[in-house]
Design a protein around this ligand. Structure first.
Ligand code: PLP
Length: 502
């Protein structure tokens, strides 16, 4: 009896059912020992009364969701961790307001300390890691390795700087992030932080990080160094679980606003890169939330659009640098978890797909799985030209200033609503402040783009009447503290040298 209970509380690798860990150990490890991703074997085993979220505050929903998904922390501890992570840390303790722009429902996820939706998860993750370290009596230093397409890096640095017992190393594509994003990261203070550009794109950075995990494991490179690796990317379940919260929150808001009746299904349109955000929505649905469709929105890097249309995932294609850089991704890591869930935990199938992806850069899912994808998912994409038109149109018609990532989702949502989605409330996830991408937004509005990005922010503020977030406004006068730039094959050596530094 006791044994079954412990077993039910464990998570396992997407590639091997016998590789299990407690949720808190999975948070510490970041990735399973076989390179798979930790996942709940089945959502049937968790008890969650989703209707209680309808009358709860966002912080209460966070506690409920995290207790259900990460039960070994315990309710009392989770209460404390949620309070520490979120109370007075965002522009509002509502965390993620649902606003109306014309007829659209926009879920604003960027009201946190670094003005990106990653703050929602990365405010919580350091709390979960810190507590897991104590619970599991881990004495070694935890080294958080992070590959970023721009936003994860800063949000993770903000969350982990000066957290006892941790170091954080962030790799970003030297020429693949916006000027503001780069400045946010390279000005980061803290005695335990390292920020490093690589000559390559985000996929190179992410692949590099995965390789470091694999080599450290296989070659025991950290033995005797009193350090273990973990991840702040959405491969870590501790990063994914906090994102489930705002799906319930948005739904509760729609009920409160009288836009839907309790129980009525809604759609969510999600601007997608690594497939973490949208997967969190799928988790929410598995926990009871009434969802009709998830609409996966991509930019010109439309590998996911093709996957949902054809069942073949093929990363062998040109990489496009776009004005929505956080979605310039050709290998969406979290798709692996969706394959696991939709195949009812077929670890052999997941392993073989991932092997094909690794060796041939592509895989095709069986027909039965493809049909299941079609039950809940739709996908669309939007190139830079259409994205800019959407920013302009949304500003002129709805008086709403959208960032390029959000605009991608707005366009894809509009296309969907015109056809299949008629009559169903569609929640568009808004993932960044427009001020993080002021050059692209100014251009979209037909305005002059000054060479100085802070000048650009000011122009945008005058035009829109929306205030520049504090964290971005104060960036201008901060000194650059990190100047490292390396080749992608130097990442391993970089990590080892930083681990040895005191
Ligand atoms: C990370 C990010 C995304 C994509 O989220 P995934 O979880 O990787 O799908 C979208 N927009 C912005 C602004 C982001 O920072």
């Amino acid at each position: 009896m006791v044994q079954t209970e412990t077993k039910n509380k464990a998570v396992q690798s997407t590639r091997n059912a016998s590789l299990t860990a407690s949720p808190s150990m999975a948070v510490l490890q970041g990735i399973a020992p076989d390179g798979g991703l930790y996942i709940l074997p089945s959502f049937d085993s968790i008890s969650f009364d989703w209707e209680k979220t309808l009358s709860a505050t966002t912080l209460e929903i966070a506690e409920m969701v995290l207790n259900a998904l990460l039960p070994d922390y315990g309710k009392e501890a989770m209460h404390e961790l949620v309070e520490k992570a979120y109370r007075n840390k965002f522009e509002t303790d509502e965390l993620t307001p649902l606003v109306r722009a014309g007829e659209k429902n926009i879920l604003e996820l960027f009201r946190g300390p670094t003005s990106a939706f990653k703050d929602v998860a990365l405010s919580m993750l350091p709390q979960l890691v810190g507590r897991a370290r104590v619970m599991n009596d881990q004495k070694e230093e935890i080294v958080i390795l992070t590959a970023t397409s721009g936003d994860t890096g800063k949000a993770a640095l903000e969350g982990f700087h000066d957290v006892e017992g941790t170091k954080i190393i962030v790799f970003f594509p030297e020429n693949g992030v916006s000027a503001i994003q780069k400045k946010q990261m390279t000005t980061q203070e803290g005695g335990n932080v390292y920020v490093c550009g690589i000559n390559g794109n985000f996929d190179d950075a992410q692949t590099g990080v995965k390789e470091i995990f694999a080599r450290v494991r296989e070659e025991g490179l950290l033995e005797g160094k009193n350090a273990v690796l973990s991840s702040a990317n959405s491969i870590n379940i501790g990063r994914l679980c906090p994102q489930v919260v705002y799906y319930f929150k948005a739904y509760a808001d729609l009920v409160r606003q009288g836009r839907i009746q309790k129980g009525e299904a809604v759609n969510f349109t999600v601007p997608t890169g690594n497939f973490g955000d949208i997967l969190a929505g799928f988790f929410a649905m598995k926990m009871g939330l009434p969802v009709d469709k998830f609409i996966c929105a991509s930019n010109a890097n439309n590998v996911l659009t093709d996957f949902f249309k054809t069942g073949t995932y093929d990363k062998n294609r040109p990489f496009h640098q776009t004005i929505s850089p956080s979605m310039d991704i050709l290998v969406s890591s979290n798709l692996e978890r969706l394959l696991y869930l939709l195949s009812d935990g077929d670890t052999a199938l997941v392993s073989s797909c991932m092997k094909d992806l690794n060796e041939k850069g592509k895989y095709t899912v069986p027909k039965a799985l493809f049909d299941k994808m079609g039950e809940k998912f739709r996908a669309g994409f939007c190139d830079d030209k259409t994205c800019k038109e959407t920013i302009r149109k949304t500003f002129e018609e709805d008086s709403y200033l959208a960032d390029p990532h959000t605009a991608v989702a707005i366009h894809v949502a509009e296309e969907f609503d015109k056809s299949e989605g008629k009559g169903v409330q569609n929640v568009i996830l808004s993932t960044a402040s427009p001020y993080k991408f002021s050059a692209a937004v100014l251009e979209a509005l037909g305005m002059e783009v000054p060479a100085d990005e802070f000048e650009g922010m000011k122009l945008l503020e005058e035009k829109s009447g929306v205030k520049v977030p504090h964290g971005l406004a104060t960036l201008q006068n901060k000194p650059i503290l990190h100047r490292d730039v390396i080749e992608k094959n130097e990442m391993m050596a970089y990590v080892l040298s930083k681990i040895s530094e005191k």
